[in-house]
Design a protein around this ligand. Structure first.
Ligand SMILES: [Zn+2]
Length: 79
């Protein structure tokens, strides 16, 4: 699982392009976002369950979500 930084990974809620340096930052953030998507796809193809959360999400919410995923896949883990 990953916790993505709101700025570095282009969180749709919190990433605000820097006005002064937009031409500098925008390509970097976009590259990060597309690399994230590629990583997720590669891991999924390899049989991993990929859980991604934004760093702005409350820890309890992330924990509850991880727990529900683990419970949902528990039968696969014990196989
Ligand atoms: Zn965010």
């Amino acid at each position: 699982m990953f916790i993505d930084g709101c700025f570095w990974h282009g969180c749709p809620e919190h990433y605000v392009p820097s006005k002064s340096n937009r031409s500098y930052w925008a390509p970097k953030i976009e590259a990060n976002a597309s690399r994230d998507a590629e990583t997720t796809r590669a891991l999924s193809d390899a049989g991993w369950t990929v859980l991604r959360y934004w760093s702005h999400m409350p820890a309890e919410e992330v924990a509850a979500s991880v727990e529900s995923h683990v419970l949902a896949h528990a039968h696969e883990l014990t196989r």
